[in-house]
Design a protein around this ligand. Structure first.
Ligand SMILES: NC(=O)c1ccc[n+]([C@@H]2O[C@H](COP(=O)([O-])OP(=O)(O)OC[C@H]3O[C@@H](n4cnc5c(N)ncnc54)[C@H](O)[C@@H]3O)[C@@H](O)[C@H]2O)c1
Ligand SMILES: [Zn+2]
Length: 356
């Protein structure tokens, strides 16, 4: 078991990487004798609910699976249930599931009575390695991904890679894309390590999985501490590949391409665009694509049937753009991502016209 402490503005919280049962005392301390609501979906509750219920009294609130949970109806349902349970502001809510459940529950708990504590117990590789830490919450609205959200830092995060044993392969690979992202942003050595051990991570080696999750969480905590609310450009690096990815998810129809799959294609495009602009060696962009393809992740828009021409208008409207300029995370090479403020939309259009 390992405990990583995170400071975010005025809050601090622990992230426990290890078996859920090792976090028994932390959970019970936060619960303070109350029955805690657990937001989850039917599948996760059926597979893993018992383990949690054996540790403390909980009441499940079931929401739809995956991205479908992240909408106004889901948010309204949670607020209604919290009200019916008569939760007070100090009463924690547990999010047990993937990133979608974490995002929805984080937002509902952030809004309820101006904020009650949320405990994240992520059960997908993506949520453990990435989304459960950092306090970003959101639902989708008006056809746009994560349009409505807020920052709400968790009270505790418990990442137990044992949950991943029941995760299907497609979800696992999608999560792996976010692990590759951390390597591409700032850790060339981790990318080398992933080239050697990616197969073990994907095929179920718990030790390697825990190591990968730990590395990503530690990297994310460093970035989030330096830029808790995504204001000074540092945290924007975590969006490597994501401006492309969010546009891909919107064009494909929210929920049809998994977030991590879109991120995989997005990172290939961001690397290739960087190479085309002469910023990154073409050989490194090719290495990125090769590794993701070896992990059986999609690396082209054609694989997810997305028309490249449809991406630009969505990318130009992305939240990361400021004062009308196109902001994009680009790369000088593996492990060397940087935020570019003045990307020329015409160059991006030409690049998109040239990709598969
Ligand atoms: N807040 C952030 O910082 C942040 C970062 C990255 C991604 N996200 C968001 O996370 C979402 C994607 O999350 P995700 O990839 O975790 O998927 P998800 O939450 O959308 O779906 C997970 C699916 O896997 C199933 N599942 C979950 N755990 C399981 C387990 N242990 N065994 C078997 N099945 C299991 C669920 O029932 C569900 O069908 C996107 O909405 C994305 O925008 C948020
Ligand atoms: Zn992501």
């Amino acid at each position: 078991m390992m405990i990583i402490s995170a400071e975010a503005g005025t809050c601090s919280y622990d992230i426990i990487v290890g078996a859920l049962e090792h976090a028994r005392s932390s959970l019970r301390r936060l619960a303070a004798g109350r029955t805690l609501p657990v937001v989850t979906d039917e599948r996760v509750w059926f597979l893993h609910g018992e383990r949690l219920a054996a540790i403390l009294p909980v009441e499940p609130i079931l929401v739809p699976e995956g991205e479908a949970a992240k909408d106004w109806a889901g948010l309204r349902q949670l607020i209604a249930r919290f009200t019916a349970m008569n939760l007070d502001r100090s009463s924690p809510v547990i999010a047990l599931g993937g990133g979608s459940i974490g995002d929805l529950t984080g937002l509902a708990s952030g809004l309820f009575k101006r904020g009650c504590p949320v405990i994240h117990i992520p059960t997908t590789l993506l949520a453990q390695a990435d989304s459960a830490v950092g306090g970003k919450t959101a639902i989708d609205a008006e056809g746009q991904k994560n349009l409505v959200g807020m920052f709400h830092q968790p009270a505790l995060v418990l990442a137990d890679v044992g949950f991943l044993d029941t995760l299907d392969e497609r979800q696992l690979r999608a999560g792996y894309a976010e692990i590759v992202k951390y390597a591409l942003i700032g850790h060339q050595i981790v990318f080398d390590w992933l080239e050697d051990h990616g197969h073990a991570i994907l095929s179920g080696n718990r030790e390697m999985r825990e190591e990968a999750v730990r590395q990503c969480i530690a990297a994310k905590v460093r970035v989030v501490e330096a830029d808790p609310e995504d204001r000074n450009g540092l945290r924007a690096l975590l969006n490597f590949g994501h401006t492309f990815a969010h546009a891909i998810e919107s064009v494909a129809g929210l929920g049809s391409v998994l977030h991590g799959e879109a991120v995989s294609i997005g990172m290939v495009l961001a690397s290739a665009f960087s190479a085309k602009l002469g910023l990154c060696p073409a050989s490194e962009a090719a290495r990125v694509r090769r590794h993701l393809a070896q992990a059986s992740l999609p690396t082209t828009l054609a694989e997810v049937r997305v028309d490249p021409g449809a991406l630009l208008p969505l990318m130009a409207g992305d939240k990361k753009n400021q004062a009308g300029r196109l902001r994009l995370v680009l790369s000088h090479g593996i492990g060397r991502a940087f935020l570019s403020d003045g990307v020329d939309a015409e160059q991006l259009r030409q690049f998109l016209a040239s990709v598969e």
